[in-house]
Write a protein that binds this ligand. Structure first.
Ligand code: MRU
Length: 347
């Protein structure tokens, strides 16, 4: 089952708010509903929201009943802004929407129905390509995993965070499929608990050995020498290799360096934003305080207590052993080598 797909003229997605208790899909009839599902994290994970937004654009083209290409383009521009505003940090969202908008603006289409079909085909292509790219990243990264390794992982970067297969957990999956005996320590990832709820559920499905650990226990296991490698995903990688990922990633990176543990991010080149020189320019989403005070509706303190909730942090490139992409493992100097990987060169 894919995380996001086109089904009978609607966008179908797994409701990630219901996992691990229920596996259910929702069908969304409008691009506005797709944007809302990105904001409320029914669908989440950088590549998955990119694919959802691409299908959202295809939906917008069908919602628009205009009979001229010019009027359709105006409606698509409005939809593209609306979809892009649904979450700010993961660049895959803007990347996918811009790709569809570029196609729409190419001047190639004289008939609105041809444009509608082309947009759906392109969204489908982006979704299919995501799965193939994840498998390539998995194979590229699996060479770093040895038989018997324990891997530290943060947040959820598996099939649920992508269209299928996964990025950092895709590397775990590829190593497991190669027959390596591995164990994964899953940071629970407060406040939304993507590690405990989603990554552990995925490891259960695959049969990979794992333990959920409190986020605060990562340093403890590193110090004991149990962790051989740390793998995380990315929501946006700047031109110099600084990258934004789920809040808490920076702490993992610093702890890994202190303990001499290799630390990699696993990200498709669609997550690289060469327009930003450093990570300081990456917009960081702040979410509501309820996610901290009342996770999934369970109050842990009175609701009037104060809280802050940054959803991502930025890890400086000096903590990175490398960036595992579909075109190979990018190593320092990142400015030069990332550009080559984004241009499609094997690195
Ligand atoms: O807020 P989320 O759950 O969308 O954050 C997800 C992450 O930070 C992932 O690590 C990232 O999107 C890469 S997923 C392949």
């Amino acid at each position: 089952m894919r995380t996001v797909e086109w089904h009978n003229g609607q966008v179908r997605m797994i409701d990630q708010k219901a996992i691990p208790w229920k596996l259910e899909q929702v069908d969304l009839p409008t691009y506005q509903a797709v944007a809302a599902s990105i904001t409320d994290m029914t669908v989440r994970g950088a590549p998955a929201i990119g694919a959802a937004a691409a299908f959202g654009m295809a939906l917008a083209a069908r919602q628009s009943k205009t009979t001229s290409v010019e009027a359709l383009l105006a409606d698509l521009r409005e939809a593209s802004q609306f979809l892009k505003a649904s979450r700010p940090t993961a660049v895959n969202l803007a990347w996918a929407v811009d790709k569809l908008m570029e196609l729409a603006d190419s001047g190639e289409f004289k008939n609105p129905d041809d444009l509608r079909d082309a947009l759906l085909n392109e969204a489908q292509r982006i979704a299919d390509e995501d799965v193939a790219i994840n498998q390539r990243m998995g194979a590229n990264g699996a060479v770093l995993i040895k038989d018997g390794d324990t891997i530290l992982h943060h947040c959820n970067t598996g099939a649920l965070a992508t269209v299928d297969y996964g990025t950092a957990l895709g590397v775990v999956r590829a190593a497991f499929e190669q027959g390596k005996k591995i164990h994964v320590l899953l940071d629970e990832t407060r406040p939304r608990l993507q590690g405990a709820r989603l990554s552990a559920w995925e490891m259960e499905q695959l049969g990979v050995s794992y333990d959920i650990i409190p986020d605060t226990a990562a340093g403890y296991y590193m110090q004991k020498g149990e962790i051989k490698i740390a793998l995380v995903g990315a929501d946006r990688v700047a031109a110099n290799g600084d990258f934004a990922n789920k809040i808490g990633t920076y702490q993992v990176a610093v702890l890994a360096k202190e303990n001499g543990i290799p630390f990699y991010t696993v990200a498709p080149t669609s997550t690289v934003d060469l327009s930003l020189a450093t990570g300081a320019e990456i917009p960081i989403e702040e979410r509501g305080k309820d996610e901290v005070l009342t996770p999934y509706g369970n109050p842990i303190v009175p609701p009037h207590f104060h809280a802050r909730n940054p959803a991502f942090d930025v890890t400086p490139n000096r903590y990175l052993s490398g960036i595992i992409t579909e075109n190979g493992i990018v190593r320092p100097p990142f400015i030069e080598n990332l550009r080559r990987a984004v241009a499609g060169e094997k690195v």
